[in-house]
Structure formats: C-alpha cells, structure tokens
Design a protein around this ligand. Sequence first.
Ligand code: AMP
Length: 394
Amino acid sequence: MRIVLLGAPGSGKGTQGKQLSEKYHIPQISTGDLLRAAVAAQSPLGLQARAAMDAGQLVSDDIVLGMIEERLAQSDARNGFILDGFPRNIAQAEALDALLARIGKPLQVSLLMDVDFDLLMQRLTGRRTCESCSRVFNIYTSPSKIDGRCDSCGGNLRHRADDREETIENRLKVYEAQTAPLTEYYKNRSKLKTVEATGEIADIFNGVCGLLNAVRKEELQRAKEVPADVEAIAAAVTKKLSAAKEEKTMSKPAKKKSAAKRKPAAKKKVVAKKKVAAKKKAAPKRKAAAKKKAAPKKKVAAKKKAAPKKKKAAAKKKAAPKRKAAAKKKAAPKRKAAAKKKAAPKRKAAAKKKAAPKRKAAAKKKAAPKRKAAAKKKAAPKRKAAKKKSAKKK
Ligand code: AMP
C-alpha cells in the first residue's frame, strides 16, 4: 500500500507506522528519522538541517524532497511505503503527487492521526526514544520496565532535543500553520481517512487496519465498477445513435433543419472557410519559405552545373594561346607547302621571265654556231657557184 501518515508531533505516527510496516512488509519512511541520522553522521545535509530542527522549524523543502526521492527509488519501496512526517506542507504534498504520478503509483490513502492538544503535550514531553533500535516509550503513558533502558534491546533511552517544552510549542505552531492544511488537500482528493489516535496503541492499530482494509475494498469495488460503467455508457450511446437513425429515416428529406441543428453546421462551415482562408494565407508564405529553403540548393545546383562550363571556358581561354601556337606549329609546314605550291607557278613564271632573256641569249649563243654552220651550209653552194662563176670569168 502507498500511505501517508498525517498528524501533529506526538500523535503516534511513528508507532503506528512501525507496526504497519511489519504487517504489510513495506518500509516506513520517516523524514524526521532520515534527518536525525544525517545530523548524527554530521553529513553536509545534516549540518544544514540541524539548526532548523533544533529550533522546531521545518527543514527546507529542497533537502527533504531530495531525500524522499532518493529513498522512494530504493527497491524495498517498489511494492508500497508508509510516509511518516512527510509531506509537511502543501508544496511537499504537490511534489509527492507529481513524483508518484511520474512512476505511475499514486498515493492510496492519507491517514490522519487525530489527538487532543493536551494529550500531545504529555506525549511529547514524556517521550523517550531508544538510541539503538528507535523504540519509543513514554514516562507517563508507557514507561520502560527499567528506567532509561530499552525493553527490547537494553539500549539507552534519550529525550529528544526537539521534544523539550520550549521547542515542542514551536513545532505545534508550525504544524497548525503548515501541516494541518494538508487535511483539506487530501480531503479534496478523496484520499483522507481519520483515525481516533487516543487510548491503547493496539486499539489504535486495529482502527488503522480497519480503515486501510476499507480503502482496499473501495479500490476493488471501483475496479469492478469501471467496466460496468463503461458498459452502461456504451449502451446509452448505442441507444441514442439508433434513435437518431430512426428519426432521420422518418423525417422527409425536404424537412428544414431546426435552428439548433443548423447552428453547428454553420459553425462547421465557418470553421472550414476559416481553415481554407488560413491555408490560402499561409500558402504564399509556405511557398516563399519553400523557395527560400530550396534557393540555396538551387543555387548550389546551378553553380555545380555552371561550374564545368565556367571551368571549361576558363580552361579553353587558358589553353587557347597554347592550342593556337600548337596549331600554328602543326599547320606551319602545311601552310608553307601550300604557300610554296601556290607561289610556285608564279615563282616559276617569274623565274622563266627572268631566265628568258638569258635563255634566249644562251639559245642564241647555242644556236649561233649552228645557225652559222647552217648559213654557211646554205651559203656554200651559192658561194661555190659564185666562185665557179668568177673563175669562169677569169
Ligand atoms: P519528526 O520526527 O517528524 O517530528 O521531525 C523532526 C524534525 O525534523 C521536524 O521538527 C523538522 O524540523 C524536521 N522535519 C521532519 N520532516 C520534515 C519535513 N517533511 N519537512 C521539513 N522538515 C521536516
């Protein structure tokens, strides 16, 4: 079970909590005990808490909440716990609810130990606690057999520092101001059960157990009732639906809708229009956003695409002079040959022209003896005839 024990200092929370822990096999977690242990160990947390405790004031919520969270996380608290002296104010109660909601294990009951104020004073001033096993005695109502010695372990009994009269008054004031409002807090959440905590300890314990049994029964009942409720709701819904269907088939199609029925429809239309308008309004923004989003991609893609072209162009530019030179080099012999070819006839003609007179002269030269010989030859008979003629004359 998950239980909070509520009650003023001296109301018997510690005593009943111990017995409940034994009965239900769940830990009793007392923030007062945890704090006292921290003080005794002189831990930094204990040193921080000590002053407030000695003055009968509450220790800061931070310290106590941290302690509780850590303690509830331990494995022995998995199946339930009895919180004794926690929560002490509304803030702590809310923090506890949140913590338990987080782990999906809400509180089942807050048990208020109701004790008369005068009796509280007697219990607190007469209380003696065993230093070894923490068993509690009271010099007025339940004294140990040997004065100052624990009946269970023989340990030393001591009067708690905060159980002295001047501190007790303060603690009770703090309880009235800060802790008593928790009864309302749990009442509003239907978690509060009150037990008359006067009389014999065993009788009080019986009363406590009776209340806890009642809580368990209520829970079981609720668990059973839930499906019944669900069935009842489902039946009612089906009935309404079939009634509505029947009404629809009975009514003529031309029948005008009642104003009450039209209203939600009109509302729906308005809502639909609003949605369309909102979409329209949002569309350009969405497009712009999409464009914006896409823009860098596009740019990158364009750059990428353009890059090879650019690179190629640059490379071309760079390579052009080389290429030109190479081409020239390559083309040069051809060009020279072509030029030569082209120029050759001219050159030949020119050469011919130039050579012609020489050639003619040469030819003449060459031809001259021949011509002379030919002429001689040609002239020879004539000359012979003339000679002959002249000889005849003689
Ligand atoms: P208790 O034994 O429960 O009466 O606690 C003894 C003292 O410890 C109290 O007077 C407070 O100073 C401190 N204390 C115990 N529990 C709490 C708590 N939940 N919040 C703040 N202070 C506490």
